[in-house]
Design a protein around this ligand. Structure first.
Ligand code: TYM
Length: 334
């Protein structure tokens, strides 16, 4: 482990995972795990910024950990844990909240989107506003170098960098300023019904997204219903957002450039492209799904992983937190 650069990333157990989460984040974690010392977190504290049914939250939290492992994250090499098991995250978030500005938090695109769904200002919970500060705390506690995420998290990463720099400016060098890692392919998988919008697990229309646990026939159906256009040519262009999205999905799964895929489909029809995209998704997800089903039944195995993960995470996180508190002027306990 010594000498390796550090990665931190996380996914919320707030809904079923989509292929957007997989291709934008998880698949890249798998690729990066040998080169970096990695912390992969199930961010349950973030999930409660929108209302969660307790029993669903419990089920999804464990299922998400199982998905990490099934997708290929090796529990022997990486630290996997549940955010609420490491209280340092909430504590560091408070410290950072005291140097974060209301204005910069209110400007966050995700806050604007999500708060508009919660109604008028009076009923928007404060957690939603402070959400990216908790995310910054997650990251800085591990002195993280790199954060592999989808494009929608770029703004939150910029805020994290600003908060780390601000803390260092106020109290002298303490926190590493992290860089985002946003993949070329898969950075933003779009909604299958409205391909100018990001694919999201919170969409009301199930045809808009493909879930990681969708069975093969459902995947086929959803891809065959994906909105395209009437141009009839397969081009990787903003004029054809539906086709562009299908090419991006194929590109992220196969590890090919979109241009290579465009060339391969010259003169071919949309039905053939859709069929190949569906087959590629099924081929990628089926082994993961089988493994997840096996793992979720092995609660003891999962428990060992998250317990051990949290122990290591607490130890590392505490080192940074202690430094932060000392610099702020708090009296050390011993
Ligand atoms: P979350 O749970 O919304 O999404 C998890 C990851 O999936 C990516 N993603 C996508 N990528 C491509 N196309 C899409 N349609 C798509 N939808 C989602 C997200 O960019 C993300 O990488 N705030 C984070 C969770 C978090 C976190 C962190 C991440 C909390 N603390 C610290 C990194 C580091 C979030 O809401 O992700």
């Amino acid at each position: 482990m010594e000498g390796k650069k550090i990665i931190f990333s996380g996914i919320q157990p707030s809904g079923e995972l989509t292929i957007g989460n997989y291709l934008g984040a998880l698949k890249n974690w798998v690729k990066l795990q040998d080169e970096y010392d990695c912390y992969f977190c199930v961010v349950d504290l973030h999930a409660i910024t929108v209302k969660q049914e307790p029993k669903d939250l419990r089920r999804r939290t464990l299922e998400l950990l199982a998905i990490y492992i099934a997708a290929g994250i090796d529990p022997r090499k990486n630290t996997m844990f549940i955010q609420s098991h490491v209280p340092q995250h909430a504590e560091a978030a408070w410290l950072l909240n005291c140097i974060a500005y209301m204005g910069e938090l209110q400007r966050m695109t995700q806050f604007k989107d999500k708060s508009s769904k919660q109604g008028s200002g009076a009923s928007v919970n404060a957690g939603l506003l402070n959400y990216p500060v908790l995310m910054a705390a997650d990251i800085i506690l591990y002195q993280t170098d790199l954060v592999p995420v989808g494009k929608d998290q770029k703004q939150h990463l910029e805020l994290t960098r600003n908060l780390a720099e601000r803390f260092n400016g106020l109290y002298s060098d303490t926190l590493k300023v992290p860089d985002p890692y946003i993949p070329k392919a898969g950075a933003k998988i779009m909604d299958l019904q409205e391909p100018t919008k990001k694919m999201s697990k919170s969409s009301d229309n199930p045809n808009a997204y493909i879930l990681m646990m969708d069975p093969p026939e459902v995947i086929k159906k959803k891809i065959s219903r994906a909105v395209t256009d009437t141009l009839g040519v397969i081009k990787y262009s903003d004029e054809q957002p539906g086709i562009k999205n299908l090419i991006n999905i194929l590109s992220a799964i196969k590890g090919l450039n979109p241009e290579e895929i465009e060339l391969e489909y010259q003169g071919k029809g949309y039905a053939e492209l859709k069929n190949d995209v569906a087959e590629a998704i099924i081929g990628e997800l089926k082994p993961i799904q089988d493994k997840v089903k096996e793992l979720v039944n092995d609660k003891e195995y999962l428990k060992n992983i998250y317990k051990e993960g949290a122990e290591k995470a607490r130890y590392i996180a505490n080192k940074t937190l202690r430094k932060m508190k000392k610099k702020i002027g708090f009296i050390p306990q011993e």
